[in-house]
Design a protein around this ligand. Structure first.
Ligand SMILES: NC(=O)c1ccc[n+]([C@@H]2O[C@H](COP(=O)([O-])OP(=O)(O)OC[C@H]3O[C@@H](n4cnc5c(N)ncnc54)[C@H](OP(=O)(O)O)[C@@H]3O)[C@@H](O)[C@H]2O)c1
Length: 330
């Protein structure tokens, strides 16, 4: 069977990634995955993404959509951003569903870095006589699973420290205000929250701002629960604040030590943590190297956004190039 042109496959994979990004943060501890089915001219027959752990995987949903629309016979190529799973987890193996559906050509963005499935999915498809192409739109697919892949490689969550600085280089907002950045920067901050499993903050921020830590500038994933880890050695956070945080859907936990907080958040299964703290705690985490990505927003006529990565983690970061729009949900 003739393969579709490489540029058609790149475009299709990019569309699959865009669909998957809508669910970034909702699928944890599973990765966000997108898939498209193409006909023999490269036209899209169906598009799907994984929505939530325990729910159908992207490929299974795609095949179901094709079958119910009587489109299966027209599927020439199935593109999926991550290597199809080859094991029984909460759902049966996608590789078997693809083989059973009679798909002859599968395009995969990246291999699954999870050691439980490493390599097995692609080899299983090939052994069934399916033509597999690996590495299409690889960089975009890598960025989609940055936190999942980092966690699979290191056993640690991806930690983003986000800081905003005013025109004078201060992180402290003017009296009576909680923020000073542009609407676009606020949207960025809320997209970072949207993909996070946990938010780390300090008592200083809570006492100064009584922050909600909810997602308001973009639509949140329905039913997503996030840990709110509060560093508060002196016990200054009130029961009222904790109760109101719970009412907003957060799960607040008080810690007295950063390392203890991280150990506990790892045990709770978090893969993606956002640090939204004042200058003291943010700097403390940078000083001990407990960060993966740092986002500094500097107020200006248009705010400047600078993203950097922990050099000590370079081999675990994954993609060679990063673009926040490809790493965050819309
Ligand atoms: N511009 C921004 O991006 C941004 C973001 C958030 C907040 N803020 C602003 O920051 C200001 C508050 O500043 P801040 O520096 O006091 O807030 P913070 O960093 O959020 O909180 C400081 C508190 O965190 C705890 N802490 C710090 N380091 C720790 C460590 N190594 N181990 C355990 N606990 C630790 C301490 O609690 P104990 O005192 O109990 O020891 C400390 O008082 C507010 O005005 C807020 O608006 C700005």
């Amino acid at each position: 069977m003739e393969r579709l042109a490489p540029d058609l496959l790149e475009t299709a994979m990019s569309i699959a990634c865009a669909e998957a990004r809508k669910w970034l943060g909702a699928t944890s501890p599973n990765p966000a995955v997108g898939a498209v089915a193409l006909d023999n001219k490269g036209a899209i027959l169906a598009l799907a993404a994984h929505h939530r752990a325990g729910w159908m995987h992207a490929e299974a949903q795609l095949l179901q959509a094709c079958a119910s629309g009587r489109l299966l016979r027209r599927v020439h190529t199935l593109c999926v951003s991550l290597e199809p799973c080859n094991h029984f987890g909460r759902t049966p193996p996608c590789t078997d569903a693809i083989i059973r559906a009679g798909i002859q050509s599968v395009v995969v963005g990246v291999r699954d870095p999870n050691s439980a499935v490493k390599g097995g999915g692609i080899e299983h498809l090939q052994q069934a006589g399916i033509d597999v192409i690996l590495g299409v739109a690889e960089n975009e697919c890598q960025q989609l699973i940055h936190a999942y892949a980092y966690h699979a490689r290191t056993g640690k969550p991806w930690i983003t420290i986000k800081r905003a600085f005013d025109r004078n280089g201060s992180m402290i907002p003017p009296a009576g205000q909680k923020t000073f950045t542009s609407p676009e920067s606020l949207r960025l901050a809320h997209r970072l929250r949207k993909k996070a499993d946990a938010i780390i903050t300090g008592s200083g921020t809570i006492l100064a701002d009584n922050p909600e830590f909810t997602i308001r500038h973009v639509a949140d994933h329905p039913e997503k629960k996030r840990w709110l880890a509060i560093l508060d050695r002196r016990g200054r956070i009130t029961g009222n604040y904790l109760a109101s945080a719970k009412q907003r859907g957060l799960i607040p936990v008080i810690y007295k030590d950063i390392e203890a907080a991280l150990t506990d958040l790892i045990a709770k299964g978090t893969q993606d943590i956002l640090v939204e703290a004042g200058p003291v705690l943010s700097q403390a985490m940078l000083d001990v190297g407990l960060w993966t990505m740092k986002i500094d927003i500097r107020q200006g006529d248009t705010d400047d956004v600078q993203t950097s990565f922990n050099p000590a983690e370079a081999q675990n970061i994954g993609a060679e190039e990063h673009n926040l729009d490809l790493m965050l949900p819309p």
